[in-house]
Design a protein around this ligand. Structure first.
Ligand SMILES: [Cu+2]
Length: 323
């Protein structure tokens, strides 16, 4: 029995102690080290330039206008580079195995089982990778959703089917007072005027269903909830003057797609003048003209609702007709 069992031992076990196998393993380890070094060199050369720009942000929108948007963008780019580095390494190992251990004859390949270092590596490595990603995600998320006690500007965002109202407030919470307001209509796109260089608190509330306040350049959106829920977030500053289209990002009904608004970022002096003009009773269009800004939205325009032509009960059909 003992003799037979030694006969059926795989050839690999007999060969494992031979100098040839040791040489192959050393060469394999050398290749692995070379692959790792190559990957590291590639990473260094890639991070030397703006990787995000070179690859179109890896699908993440570019052109953020707040410090928070840059932090989220950087996290995304770094995560993509890490994922690609791991991916390239794993693909390399797969292709190397496919080539190195392809079938060459009828000889049974090396049978390796219970390789503890290997099992330890592929258990620990993913846990380490996920831990690092989780750590940086938690740090950036905490930073992005942080609110402060005394933001420079507080604006209440009121969403309703299907438009927006922006209330400039003298304090925080629902008990604060509105000092000026802008209301959107089907004919006029509402313009939210805000200053550069000041921290801004957005307090969101809805009059009916769930909407979502989204300015793509902030790279951040948050649901606007009905009831007594006030969803709050802050940006520590807006860094670039200009006009930016804003949208509702939650399917809220028939005319959801028409719920556009415009964020107009102006200088702090212009903002103060705008607010003073509004407090004096001027309309948003008049106040915008007074500070030398375009009175109407430049990034989007009111949509034709075609309520009559698209209606099941157009006005020209007499009520009760056919009954
Ligand atoms: Cu909506």
């Amino acid at each position: 029995m003992v003799a037979r069992s030694s006969e059926v031992r795989p050839p690999a076990v007999r060969h494992s102690a031979s100098p040839g196998a040791g040489g192959r393993r050393r060469r394999g380890a050398g290749r692995l080290a070379g692959l790792g070094l190559g990957g590291a060199a590639l990473l260094v050369s890639l991070t030397g330039c703006d990787v995000g720009k070179a690859f179109g942000g890896f699908g993440w929108p570019q052109g953020g206008i707040t410090p928070e948007s840059h932090r989220m963008y950087d996290l995304w780019i770094a995560s993509c580079i890490a994922a690609l580095a791991v991916g390239v390494f794993v693909w390399g190992l797969i292709f190397w195995c496919v080539v190195r251990y392809r079938k060459r004859g009828n000889e049974l390949p090396v049978q390796t089982r219970y390789n503890l270092p290997m099992e330890f590596l592929y258990t620990i490595a993913p846990i380490l990778i996920v831990s690092v990603l989780f750590y940086y995600t938690a740090v950036v998320q905490t930073d992005v959703v942080r609110t402060t006690k005394n933001p420079d500007v507080t604006v209440e965002v009121v969403a309703f089917k299907w438009n927006w109202q922006f209330n400039y407030r003298d304090g925080q919470g629902k008990d604060a007072n509105t000092v000026a307001s802008t209301l959107g209509t089907s004919e006029v796109i509402p313009i939210l005027v805000l200053p550069t260089g000041r921290s801004i608190r957005f307090e969101e509330t809805s009059k009916d269903v769930v909407h979502s306040f989204w300015v793509p350049e902030m790279l951040f959106k948050r649901d606007v909830m009905p009831g007594n829920i006030r969803n709050v977030f802050e940006v520590s500053s807006l860094d670039a003057e200009g006009a930016y289209v804003g949208r509702c990002a939650e399917l809220c009904g028939s005319y959801h797609a028409f719920m556009n608004f415009e964020l107009r970022v102006v200088s702090p002096q212009q903002y103060d003048q705008f607010l003073a003009a509004k407090r004096d009773g001027k309309s948003t269009q008049e106040a915008l003209t007074a500070i030398g800004e375009d009175p109407y939205a430049t990034t989007t325009k009111p949509f034709d609702t075609r309520r009559n032509t698209a209606n099941f009960n157009p006005d020209d059909v007499a009520a009760g007709a056919g009954s």
